[in-house]
Design a protein around this ligand. Structure first.
Ligand SMILES: *Cc1c(COP(=O)(O)O)cnc(C)c1O
Length: 478
């Protein structure tokens, strides 16, 4: 395929859009420029391939396809069946999963599907069996009332937010925290690592229905074999949310005890983070849960997005190619180089390093909050996000950490030498930024000072660093 094809495709698409609403076409063009020019270290973002992007912009978007492959509530779904079946097949083969459900619109939606699947399997189905009826509609009012109380009184044990867990793992600002009685496990204060004995102890005391593994901001591998043993010891269903590190599982960087798929009863993920697909979610599960998982739409999900399922099929096909394993290994090599570069310059990292795609800098050593550091880095052309560190004294809004990740820059082609230069830029900004004060003289958690000339200089150096590795080299919109 000629590179020219990509330029032609996107230029033509913009021309068609421009004829209707030129401001949208301009914003799409401007977004490409912004993405090309910024040093993107957001651990959850990536750059999907042109093929993945193009698979989303078409008439699949017009089709209703409630139901599953071959069992739709709408007529004329044969082509949707083709792409959904392909996406599921690629997902099963890629991850070695018994079953894949590719309809969830996002990671959060995938988690909701998984929660309801487990509740239905462990609570609703036994209640129906006991009442000798097939559907909830056939229950007596008294049985229905009792079942609703049962469903609303289940327990979930997940990783605490400040140790890197996700809001959807049973925390109150999210519906999961209102659906479940939640308790969380943290990390060892001395090492920053998960203490599996403490997890086992919490499980024994709390007896959760669901034990959740997985994280958004934990820079280390997780031993899923041990977590499964803990779940089994208390009769819990073991769920893993691999939203962040699915690409490392797909690329066989995480194998054996560190691959969640053979160990968990049910695995959820996003498709747009390290997996590098379209924005979306997915559920993989053991055969026993497949029927419940397939009820995701319309149980908790809106109608499927066939255009996104088409893009999932394309991206998963890409992830099955040998060069994706190479990509996944480079993500981890780059994160290591970034961590070493920062450590060598005196930074403090949560757990002292990384063995995945992300690094968590504790910026309190620079006398800054996460918010101040995030803004100062942004002024300098470096896009990161602030994040709590374990036992964070600054809470979830200001925080004391900066989370950085390498999936996006690795997609552009940057390597370990550039990661060392990136560490230098980050270190320069953080050492040169000073915390500001409030009007009454008390220290501010938001205000900061950074010399504008220095910020500009770093931003230029960041642009230079990126110049050798153009984003979407095959796309020229000019
Ligand atoms: C990002 C993330 C999600 C949410 O994914 P969305 O696609 O934004 O809904 C869920 N769980 C974890 C662990 C995540 O990191």
């Amino acid at each position: 395929m000629s590179r020219n094809a990509e330029s032609t495709a996107f230029r033509s698409a913009l021309e068609v859009i421009r004829a209707v609403e030129p401001r949208v076409a301009d914003a799409i063009g401007a977004e490409l420029t912004d993405q090309r020019e910024s040093l993107k270290l957001i651990a959850s973002e990536n750059y999907a391939s042109p093929a993945t992007l193009l698979a989303m912009g078409n008439w699949f978007s017009d089709k209703y396809a409630e139901g599953t492959v071959g069992r739709r509530f709408y007529a004329g779904c044969q082509n949707v069946d083709t792409v959904e079946a392909l996406a599921a097949e690629h997902a099963r083969e890629l991850f070695g999963a018994a079953h894949a459900y590719v309809q969830p619109h996002s990671g959060i939606d995938a988690n909701l599907v998984a929660f309801w699947a487990v509740l239905a399997d462990r609570v609703e189905s036994p209640a129906l069996k006991k009442a000798q009826v097939r559907q909830v509609n056939d229950l007596t009012e008294a049985d229905w009332f009792a079942l609703r109380r049962e469903l609303g009184n289940q327990r979930m044990l997940g990783m605490s937010l400040d140790a890197g867990g996700h809001l959807t793992h049973g925390f109150r600002p999210n519906i999961s925290g209102k659906m479940f009685d939640q308790r969380s496990y943290g990390t060892d204060p001395a090492t920053g690592l998960i203490d599996y004995d403490r997890v086992a102890e919490a499980a024994r005391e709390f007896k959760p229905l669901i034990l959740v593994g997985g994280y958004s901001a934990y820079p280390r591998k997780v031993n899923f074999r041990i977590l499964r043993e803990i779940a089994d010891s208390v009769g819990a269903t073991f769920m893993v949310d691999m939203a962040h590190f699915a690409g490392l599982v797909a690329g066989k960087v995480f194998t054996g005890d560190f691959d969640p798929v053979p160990h968990a009863h049910i695995v959820t993920t996003t498709t747009h983070k390290s997996l590098r697909g379209p924005r979306g979610g997915m559920v993989l599960c053991q055969p026993e849960l497949a029927d419940q998982v397939d009820r995701g739409c319309p149980m908790v999900l809106g109608g499927p997005l066939p255009h996104v399922m088409a893009a999932k099929a394309v991206a998963l096909a890409e992830a099955r190619r040998p060069d994706f394993a190479d990509y996944a290994q480079r993500i981890v090599d780059n994160a290591n180089a970034l961590a070493e570069g920062l450590l060598r310059r005196g930074a403090t990292l949560v757990t002292g390093g990384t063995d995945n795609h992300l690094v968590l800098i504790d910026v309190s050593g620079y006398g800054l909050t996460g918010r101040q550091a995030e803004q100062a880095l942004l002024d300098s052309g470096i896009v990161t996000n602030r994040n709590s560190v374990p036992q964070d004294p600054n809470g979830a809004w200001y925080t004391s950490g900066i989370r950085i990740g390498t999936p996006a820059l690795t997609t552009r082609g940057l390597g370990t030498a550039e990661m060392d230069q990136t560490a230098e830029l980050i270190h320069t900004v953080l050492t040169q930024t000073t915390a500001g004060a409030n009007a009454d003289g008390t220290p501010s958690k938001a205000k900061y000072a950074l010399d504008a000339g220095l910020a500009d200089k770093v931003a230029r150096q960041a642009t230079d660093l990126l110049a050798t590795y153009p984003l979407y080299p095959g796309i020229d919109l000019s």
